[in-house]
Write a protein that binds this ligand. Structure first.
Ligand SMILES: C[S@@+](CC[C@H](N)C(=O)[O-])C[C@H]1O[C@@H](n2cnc3c(N)ncnc32)[C@H](O)[C@@H]1O
Length: 257
C-alpha cells in the first residue's frame, strides 16, 4: 500500500473506480504527463475537431458576459497546453492571463506553443492543485476551465476556491463533456466512449489505458443538471447551461455574487 495514503482518506471517483484523493491526484498527474506530447492531436481526434469550436464559443461568450475593455485578470484553470489562454490572449491583448495546471508536462508543451505563436508575454504559468489556489481572494475577474473539472480530485473544494478568488460579479466558465446526450444518440455515444476512444488512444497515442480512463471519466461525470446543482450549492448564482453537439459537451456559466 502507498504509505502516503492515510486509511481514513476520502475516496473519489477515478474512471469507474473509487480511490483515495491523493491517489487520484497522482494518477491524473502521471496520466497527463504521459499523454502531454500527443494531447493536442488526440483532442482533435477524440472530439473530431469540435473542441476548437466549443472553446471559441466559450471565449465569445466570455466577451459577451463581461466587457473586456479595461485590463482584466483571467485564470485558466487546468489550462493544460494553453488553448483557452491563447485564445483569450489573442482576443484581449490587454488582459493578464494565468494558466494553472497540476501537470508540468502539459504546461511545458503549452509554453513551447506560446513561444512558437509569439504570445508568451503577459501569460503566467502556475503549477498546482486547483483545490488549493495560491491567489489572493477576489483577485480574478473571470475563471475558465475547459475539460479539466472532471479530472480534478476534489471538485467541490475547487469550486469553493474559484468562488473565493473571483471578484464579486466575476464569471466561472466551465466547459466539460457530459455523460448524457439526446436519446437517439445515446447508444452510439456510449459505443464511441467505450470502444472507439480507447481504440484511437491505443493506435495513435499508444496508450489505451489513458484513453480508457478518459472515456470512463466522461461516463461517470455528473449529468448537466446535477452539476448545475453543485455549482449552486457552493454559492454560485445564475448558472447558465449551454449544450453542444446533442449534449456531448456543456458550457456552464456561473456568477460569483
Ligand atoms: C483534459 S486536460 C484539459 C486541458 C485544457 N484545458 C484543454 O482544454 O485542452 C485536463 C487538465 O486538467 C489538469 N488537472 C487535473 N487535475 C487538476 C488539478 N487538481 N488542478 C489543476 N489541474 C488539474 C490536468 O493536468 C490536465 O492538464
Amino acid at each position: 500500500m502507498n504509505k502516503n495514503i492515510t486509511l481514513d482518506e476520502e475516496k473519489v471517483i477515478y474512471g469507474l473506480k473509487k480511490i483515495p484523493i491523493s491517489q487520484k491526484r497522482k494518477e491524473i498527474e502521471n496520466l497527463f504527463t504521459n499523454v502531454s506530447n500527443d494531447y493536442d492531436l488526440m483532442n482533435d481526434l477524440m472530439s473530431l475537431g469540435t473542441h476548437r469550436i466549443w472553446k471559441r464559443d466559450l471565449v465569445d461568450r466570455l466577451e459577451r458576459e463581461q466587457i473586456l475593455t479595461k485590463k482584466k485578470k483571467i485564470l485558466d484553470l487546468a489550462g493544460g497546453t494553453g488553448d483557452i489562454a491563447f485564445a483569450l490572449k489573442k482576443r484581449f491583448h490587454q488582459n493578464e492571463i494565468t494558466v494553472m495546471d497540476l501537470t508540468l508536462g502539459m504546461m511545458k508543451v503549452g509554453k513551447q506553443k506560446a513561444i512558437k505563436k509569439n504570445i508568451h508575454d503577459g501569460l503566467n504559468w502556475v503549477a498546482g492543485d486547483s483545490a488549493y489556489l495560491p491567489f489572493t481572494p477576489s483577485s480574478f475577474n473571470n475563471i475558465t476551465c475547459a475539460f479539466g473539472i472532471r479530472n480534478v480530485a476534489e471538485i467541490e473544494k475547487t469550486l469553493n476556491e474559484c468562488y473565493k478568488v473571483l471578484k464579486p460579479g466575476g464569471k466561472l466558465m466551465i466547459l466539460e463533456f457530459s455523460p448524457e446526450v439526446i436519446i437517439p444518440f445515446q447508444k452510439f455515444y456510449d459505443y464511441y466512449l467505450g470502444n472507439v476512444l480507447p481504440f484511437l488512444g491505443d493506435k495513435i497515442a499508444n496508450n489505451k489505458k489513458a484513453y480508457q480512463y478518459l472515456s470512463e471519466s466522461i461516463e461517470t461525470f455528473y449529468a448537466p443538471n446535477d452539476f448545475c446543482d453543485i455549482l449552486q450549492s457552493v454559492k454560485f448564482k445564475i448558472v447558465k447551461l449551454k449544450k453542444y453537439l446533442s449534449g456531448t459537451a456543456c458550457l456552464y456559466i456561473a456568477t460569483r455574487i
